[in-house]
Design a protein around this ligand. Structure first.
Ligand SMILES: NC(=O)C1=CN([C@@H]2O[C@H](COP(=O)(O)OP(=O)(O)OC[C@H]3O[C@@H](n4cnc5c(N)ncnc54)[C@H](OP(=O)(O)O)[C@@H]3O)[C@@H](O)[C@H]2O)C=CC1
Ligand SMILES: CC[C@](O)(C(C)=O)C(=O)O
Ligand SMILES: [Mg+2]
Ligand SMILES: [Mg+2]
Length: 344
């Protein structure tokens, strides 16, 4: 069993007198900044003028430019999109990254794939929450937390692990459990998880199920409730009690169907294709493709995003969710639909 770190194992004092620059105030940035501040740490947010700059000010943050935040801080965490990090690092962070500072990431992509190479006289580590930023904030506010991984790439101070754990505690992760990894393991498993299971796998499964029912003549609303809305309720049971916990709550008929039909849908061939996905991640093929796609101004990304947003399941879903205001009620953190409904 891996060594897990919890609140009682962590000395937060190593980080208490330091200034932490949160670069970016998006999904992870707003959560880290607010959680760390409420945990008693000294936070400065560095972001370009615009939407999230304004939001950070409204949230009562000390906000400034990326360069100024990097200059003011002892610990600098880069929480802008992976594909933008190298340029921002080179132009606005590197000049301020003097000896003895710490450079931190929430995902190892740019270090692992050699896009960012830090000076040798700074600590480099990652603290990677295993969950979306909006939930990192929401669970912290509820007194709970999202688990996280930490990894040390450079430890000049001899304190990198202690500081990483204090950081993880500050964002609420040590309430749930923190464990050590390497930049390689975090990067490759995170990319694999989001592509094959959590995001790519699930969205493809949901759409295929929805389309199968609609093409067979069933009502789209029924297909939406069956293949999308209820998924959250089923996954909540897995989150609470694993696969067996979920199976305890469903009917025996559903459980038998799960046993006999599940492996017909996701079979050995699917697993072989998952291995191909993993190989592309391990060899750097995926990373290269994503970096090139961005250099070309995202032609494929934009086209696919547009097609996905107009898929029938999205159209039906928007209408049905508007009839269930409780789905987004009471959420302080701004997910896409909460923002849209506030603007209407
Ligand atoms: N999303 C998640 O839940 C998770 C993300 N991670 C990792 O965390 C990191 C951050 O990801 P994520 O939170 O999704 O990022 P977001 O896409 O949410 O980051 C957006 C933020 O970056 C700012 N930004 C964008 N471009 C610039 C720029 N040129 N200069 C200054 N600020 C800029 C945006 O400002 P503006 O409003 O002005 O555009 C906004 O504040 C990544 O490494 C990611 O892999 C790790 C775990 C989960
Ligand atoms: C699952 C997607 C993720 O890896 C995450 C929320 O953990 C991401 O990169 O956003
Ligand atoms: Mg990820
Ligand atoms: Mg992830």
């Amino acid at each position: 069993m891996a060594k897990m770190y919890y609140n009682q194992d962590v000395n937060e004092e190593v980080l208490k007198g330091k200034t932490i620059a949160i670069i970016g105030y998006g999904s992870q940035g707003h959560a880290h900044a607010q959680n760390l501040k409420e945990s008693g740490f000294n936070v400065v947010v560095g972001v370009r003028p615009g939407k999230s700059f304004k939001q950070a000010q409204e949230d009562g943050m000390n906000v400034t430019t990326v360069s100024e935040a990097a200059q003011a801080a002892d610990v600098i965490i880069i929480l802008v999109p992976d594909e933008k990090q190298t340029k921002i690092y080179n132009e606005e962070i590197k000049p301020a990254l003097t000896a003895g500072k710490s450079l931190v990431f929430a995902h190892g992509f740019n270090v692992h794939f050699n896009q960012i190479v830090a000076p040798e006289d700074v600590d480099v580590f990652l603290v990677a929450p295993k969950g979306p930023g909006h939930l990192v904030r929401r669970t912290y506010e509820a007194g709970a937390g999202v688990p996280a991984l930490f990894a040390i790439h450079q430890d000049v101070s001899g304190q990198a692990q202690e500081v990483a754990l204090a950081y993880a505690k500050g964002i609420g992760a040590a309430r749930a459990g923190v464990l050590e990894t390497s930049f390689k393991e975090e990067t490759e498993t995170d990319l694999f998880g989001e592509q094959a299971v959590l995001c790519g796998g699930v969205t493809s499964l949901v759409k295929a199920g929805f389309e199968t029912l609609v093409e067979a003549g069933y009502q789209p609303e029924v297909a939406y409730f069956e293949c999308m809305h209820e998924l959250k309720l089923i996954v909540d049971l897995m989150y609470e009690g694993g696969l067996s916990g979920m199976r305890y709550s469903i009917s025996d008929t559903a459980q038998w169907g799960d046993f006999v039909s599940g492996p017909r849908v996701v079979d050995a061939a699917t697993k072989e294709r998952m291995k191909d996905v993993l190989t592309d991640i391990q060899t750097g093929k995926f990373a290269k493709g994503w970096l090139l796609e961005n250099q070309l101004n995202r032609p494929e990304f934009t086209a696919i995003e547009k097609a996905e947003e107009t898929h029938q399941i999205e159209q039906v879903g928007r209408v049905l969710r508007a009839m269930m205001p409780f789905v987004n009620e009471g959420k302080k953190t701004k997910t896409k639909e909460v923002v849209a409904s506030a603007q209407n």
